[in-house]
Design a binder for this molecule. Structure first.
Ligand code: AMP
Ligand code: GLY
Length: 423
């Protein structure tokens, strides 16, 4: 029996805690910093995800055996490296890549170079800095509209611009290099536009072997019909009908295996999750981006479909024994519907009292942005609650989540009612 620390505070981390709680291998779950939902499954520790010393103390005080990191920021900041070089922590099992491997998400240019080196299908591109601005402008002229510009570094999901006119693209490229996204856009990846429908493929790996998790689709736009501003994610559906056996065979042979083998060839030690943001370009999967963690809100659907003991898989990834582990998947559909604060993804208010949580039946409530205030659960973020459900079909799962979503109230609550419209 082991103690586990989950690092993070969103719906993803609540869904991890829910799945981990079902394991016979777990003594106690700790979550840093967690939210009102995770406190029902374990002990929240008030330490931020980038507070390495605070996390170290939490691990030592609570006799943690395994650390699972949810978000990308501490991985890109080197939390795993910090653990492996500290003599009191180096024997703690750690799920998540080192800083070097985390560059697959932390630097778009690093990821593109990696894909080029290992012949992994992705859009044509050029990395541009202020030193080769004129090369960047020339490259734009060789492309057709729309134009895709990506800040090289982490920009909390906001660093990608898609522009319809060459002049706009030229001026945006200059603005980005001038610091529109701070240091994250001191380098910009200019990329060919790919059209097609997107999906999220996840694998867990120990750097040698991997297991492919259920594939999901997330809905990033705030408005119905995929309109309006980008959000952190308004919901997710798993499985994805177009990601059929033929498509997934291409994904494994052309993308997943070459990625894991590429990490080995490049001597990049890696363990944890790999998230392949893919676009289906006429039946050919192309990589839009790598993430070095699970997706949110995809995790709130994907965890429902993992039948095997997640802790066993986490231990396998951390110890390098994934070859011995099995992954069984529930054939049913799982969906997550996100309830968000009024105004999100623009400015919104926090601290609204949430009612009706106890009325939910046949769905699982994952807290994304909540906090306990006095005796009640209040909103504490843009994305507030995910309502996850199983169904024999997508329609059945969605209607269960929507039925329960209507029972939950807080001032300004909004959710999309058209998830799956494109499938
Ligand atoms: P990223 O942060 O790289 O996932 O990009 C954010 C979103 O921009 C993606 O989910 C896509 O919808 C879109 N996108 C990124 N790159 C491309 C591309 N090369 N072609 C078309 N759409 C793209
Ligand atoms: N759902 C997309 C992400 O987690 O980045």
């Amino acid at each position: 029996m082991i103690n586990i620390l989950i690092v993070g505070s969103g719906g993803r981390e609540h869904a991890f805690a829910w799945k981990i709680k079902q394991s016979s291998k777990v003594k106690h779950i700790f979550i840093a910093p967690g939210n009102a939902g995770t406190s029902l499954l374990g002990t929240n520790i008030p330490v931020g995800v980038s507070d390495f010393e605070g996390l170290k103390n939490a691990v030592l005080e609570n006799e943690i055996d395994l650390v699972l990191v949810g978000p990308e920021v501490p991985l890109c900041e080197g939390l795993h490296d910090f653990f492996s070089t500290d003599s009191s922590l180096k024997n703690i099992l750690f799920v998540g890549p080192y800083q070097l491997g985390a560059q697959l998400e932390g630097s778009k240019d690093f990821a593109k170079e990696f894909m080029m080196r290992h012949q992994i299908p992705t859009a044509k591109y050029l990395a541009v800095t202020s030193e080769n601005l004129s090369g960047g402008l020339d490259f734009l002229k060789t492309m057709k509209a729309p134009y895709v510009l990506k800040a090289d570094g982490l920009a909390a999901g906001k660093g990608v611009l898609i522009l319809n006119h060459l002049q706009e693209a030229e001026s945006s490229l200059k603005e980005m290099l001038d610091g529109q996204f701070g240091a994250a856009s001191s380098k910009v990846v200019v990329e060919e536009f790919l059209s097609g429908i997107e999906c999220s493929v996840f694998a867990i790996t120990d750097g040698k072997d991997y297991r492919i998790l259920p594939v999901a689709k997330d809905y990033k736009r705030i408005g119905e019909g995929d309109s309006g501003l980008n959000t952190g994610g308004m919901g997710a559906i798993s499985p994805v009908p177009f990601a059929d056996e033929v498509f997934m065979e291409k994904v494994e042979n052309q993308i997943i295996r070459p990625t894991v083998e590429g990490l080995q060839k490049d001597q990049i030690p890696y363990n944890g999750f790999l998230f392949f943001g893919l676009i289906n370009s006429g039946g050919q999967p192309m990589v839009i981006e790598y993430n070095v963690r699970m997706g949110d809100p995809e995790t709130e659907a994907v965890m429902l479909r993992i039948q095997s003991d997640l802790v066993d898989l986490l231990i396998g990834a951390a110890e390098g024994t994934l070859a011995e582990k099995t992954l069984a998947i529930d054939p049913r559909t799982a969906v997550a519907v996100m309830l968000v604060s009024g105004g999100y993804p623009g400015p919104y208010e926090k601290g609204k009292r949430i009612s009706g949580l106890e009325k939910v039946e046949n769905s699982i409530v994952f807290h994304a942005g909540t906090a306990q205030k006095g005796g009640s659960v209040c909103t504490d973020g843009g994305r507030v609650i995910a309502i996850s459900s199983y169904g024999e079909s997508m329609g059945e799962a969605l209607s269960c989540s929507y039925k329960n979503a209507k029972l939950i109230g807080f001032e300004g609550v909004y959710f999309r009612k058209d998830l799956g419209f494109d499938l």
